[in-house]
Ligand binder design. Structure first.
Ligand code: ADP
Ligand code: ADP
Ligand code: MG
Length: 665
């Protein structure tokens, strides 16, 4: 294959991966073209690209999944190639073909490899045909699988053949659950992946997820860049990934990496890809699937090997020989990636799209951040709620963990909810530290991790937060460098001897302000003296000394007029009670006397209503299903009750706080 020149690449993606790809294009002096949906016009990936092309509004089908629009944008911009990133069209064979038909290089494998591996059933069969171990499985129609109900080796896992992103999988513990789960799984498969075909696999208890990064060029060279272990998952989606796997023996590492290379050789695979395996307690591994694209967690490998995988992807797509041979690759130290999400770990990891009022990245040795943002913004509910990835690299697992711990503490993302405190709990957890992990780690440790999140909060003195908040609130104009010469602003400084009620995380503290100045506050809280001295001021970021101890604090005003105060690695919501704000209630049930009102927990669409007025329900019954961000949320009865009113119909769009159903006890 003759090598081709690439001058300009269209990046058919958004978010952190688009930003990351454009970064490499810059390095290579290749011009970049971003594409964006209407609601992404101000996004970082558009701002940093050499040019940005609009895709219009509407659903994903009209924008990031619209093959024609993307091809037209590339042609119109005079691009030579398209990089699809991950998700969206990255594993869409039709898209790869459309690129080729229009003389655009698709930076990825050929359509045939994508079709083979994109279909989990075919991929399984391919592995079996090539003597690669897979777990026991059964392929057939819903009826055919149901006919075998009594004979299945429970627990089993239902999977969508075209599935991905951890979506649409259901564990079935016994024959009694099979029918409902098959129904839901095939409905989800049809809706999310446009293909209702499902199959079942034996569910391996307590496995680990190990995957191997592959690079393959058009000249028959296939190499691996070692493995990543991604066993820390919630909802089958990776949360923390690391390399090397702290679990594999050297012999198993060698074998699993060679197996991955062998699979790619047998299918004549080209470009970057990842072969995923599960590993049982006896270090037996089984092929799971292959992702024929760049993966979310690829930076873990990049940090260890020093190889820019996107750069290699481009080199391979140009038809050149890879820049590395297997022998030339060395992996150094240990790297850990944490995925930073706007979500609520205490509420089933529910996405938490919201305003983001302050963003500040830690700047430390060994830390890399791949982010979709670089300042205040709005986290949209139209896309995946991942904000960024924090990748920490150290000499050993212990030092990588230490760096991660420090970085998480100094990573400021002020918005309604993030999983940062949750990640902090994991990184501090005995079982994580000792590598006692498997793919159900998050589920098994949920209680413990939430308790530790609460403990971390309890350890921070709320009085410090209250004093800091008041100092900031009084000095806001000065601290934000606004109107510092305005005389009216000075009026604040002679106020003293005031009693102010400050709420921190909803709990009131009476603060007796003795003296407030531009650079200091003296007050008494619960009979104790507090002194805040400002030592350095930089917008929302301030260095202060509280009662003699130096702290960095980060404060921003939220859209509902509260303040978010970052102190000792955590965010606290503070407000003055004398300007009483309404109390926000995120729980989705309201109980009054014998009536229980169920609200929608988030904006979305009602896709199923299971009850009608007068029905008697028992605890755990699914009343209705609200779909949001590619996820079905089952709204369950908290207790036995009778249905008093059903206020929504299937297909209705709902908002947070839309009343769905009323029950009466
Ligand atoms: P990775 O395998 O790269 O670690 P995931 O499997 O979590 O990451 O998927 C990466 C992204 O792509 C996620 O945002 C996920 O929602 C999305 N994704 C993966 N597969 C599909 C698919 N078949 N359809 C739609 N989105 C997908
Ligand atoms: P996706 O395409 O959604 O990434 P995978 O087949 O890669 O789907 O599976 C995602 C995760 O689900 C795995 O990392 C693993 O945690 C779990 N999983 C998949 N298959 C099995 C199985 N047979 N037994 C136990 N866990 C499994
Ligand atoms: Mg997978």
């Amino acid at each position: 294959m003759p090598s081709k020149k690439i001058h300009k690449i269209l990046v058919a993606n958004r978010g952190e991966i688009a930003v990351r790809i454009i970064g490499t294009l810059r390095k290579l002096s290749i011009a970049s073209v971003a594409v964006y949906a209407d609601n992404d016009a101000d996004s970082l990936h558009c701002r940093i690209a050499d040019e940005a092309r609009p895709l219009g509004g509407g659903s994903l089908k009209d924008t990031y999944l619209n093959i024609q629009k993307i091809i037209d944008s590339a042609l119109d911009a005079g691009a030579d190639a398209i990089h699809p990133g991950y998700g969206f069209l990255s594993e869409n064979a039709e898209f790869a073909e459309a690129c080729r038909a229009n003389n655009l290089i698709f930076i990825g494998p050929d359509a045939e490899s994508m079709r083979l591996m994109g279909d989990k059933i075919r991929a399984r069969q391919f592995a079996i045909d090539n003597d690669i171990p897979v777990v026991w499985g059964l392929v057939g129609s819903v009826e055919e699988i149901e006919a075998q109900a009594a004979a299945l080796p429970y627990p089993v896992l239902i999977k969508a053949s075209a599935g991905g992103g951890g979506k649409g999988m259901h564990i079935v513990e016994d024959a009694a659950q099979l029918h409902l789960s098959l129904e839901q799984a095939s409905r989800e498969a049809e809706k999310y992946f446009g293909n209702g075909q499902i199959f079942i696999e034996q569910y391996i208890r307590n496995p680990r997820h190990i995957e191997v990064q592959i690079l393959a060029d058009h000249h028959g060279n296939v190499i691996h860049l070692f493995e990543r272990e991604c066993s820390v998952q919630r909802r089958y989606q990776k949360v923390i990934e690391e390399s090397p796997s702290p679990t594999l023996t050297e012999e198993r590492r060698q074998t699993i990496c060679e197996t991955a290379v062998a699979i790619c050789k047998s299918m004549n695979y080209k470009n970057a890809g990842t072969v995923e395996f599960i590993l049982d307690e006896n270090q037996n591994f089984y092929f799971l699937e292959m992702n024929t694209r760049i993966q979310v967690e690829h930076p873990v490998t990049e940090q260890r090997t020093g190889i820019d995988i996107v750069e290699e992807q481009i080199r391979i797509a140009r038809g050149k020989v890879m820049g590395y041979t297997q022998d030339s690759i060395t992996a150094n130290g240990h790297a850990i990636e944490c995925r930073i999400y706007a979500e609520d770990p205490e509420n089933n990891f529910m996405p938490a799209p919201a305003e983001l009022t302050l963003y500040h990245e830690p700047n430390m040795r060994g830390v890399r951040i791949d982010s979709s943002i670089n300042g205040p913004t709005t986290i949209s509910d139209s896309y995946d709620p991942m904000i960024s990835k924090l990748i920490c690299h150290g000499k050993t697992r212990e030092s990588a963990i230490e760096i991660t711990k420090n970085a998480l503490k100094n990573y400021i993302v002020q918005t309604r909810k993030t999983n940062i405190p949750y990640l902090q709990s994991i990184i501090d957890n005995e079982d994580f530290l000792n590598n006692r992990i498997d793919t159900s780690y998050c589920e098994k440790h949920q209680k413990e991790l939430v308790t530790s999140m609460h403990q971390m909060r309890d350890e921070v003195k709320k009085e410090d937060a209250a004093a800091l908040f008041l100092f900031y609130d009084f000095n806001k104009l000065y601290l934000e460098n606004k109107n510092i010469d305005n005389v009216w602003e000075e009026i604040g400084y002679w106020r003293f001897n005031m009693n102010i009620i400050v709420e921190v995380d909803g709990k009131p503290y009476t603060v007796n302000v003795e003296k407030i100045r531009r650079k200091s506050l003296n007050c008494i809280i619960n009979g104790q003296d507090y002194e805040v001295l400002l030592s350095q001021n930089g917008g929302g970021i301030n260095k202060v000394i509280i009662n003699g101890t130096a702290e960095s604090v980060f404060v921003s005003e939220t859209s509902d007029n509260n303040y978010c105060v970052h102190l000792k690695g955590l965010d606290f919501i503070c407000r003055r009670n004398d300007e009483l704000n309404y109390t926000k209630d995120y729980s989705n049930i309201d109980v009054k006397n014998n009536d229980m009102t169920y609200f929608s927990p988030m904006p979305g669409k009602v896709i199923k209503v299971n009850v009608k007025e007068g029905d008697v329900v028992k605890e755990g019954d699914v009343l209705c299903v609200v779909e949001a961000m590619k996820m079905e949320n089952n709204i369950k009865a908290m207790t036995s009750a009778q249905v008093a009113k059903v206020l929504v119909n299937e297909g209705d769009k709902v908002d947070v706080k839309t009343i769905l159903i009323e029950l009466v006890l």
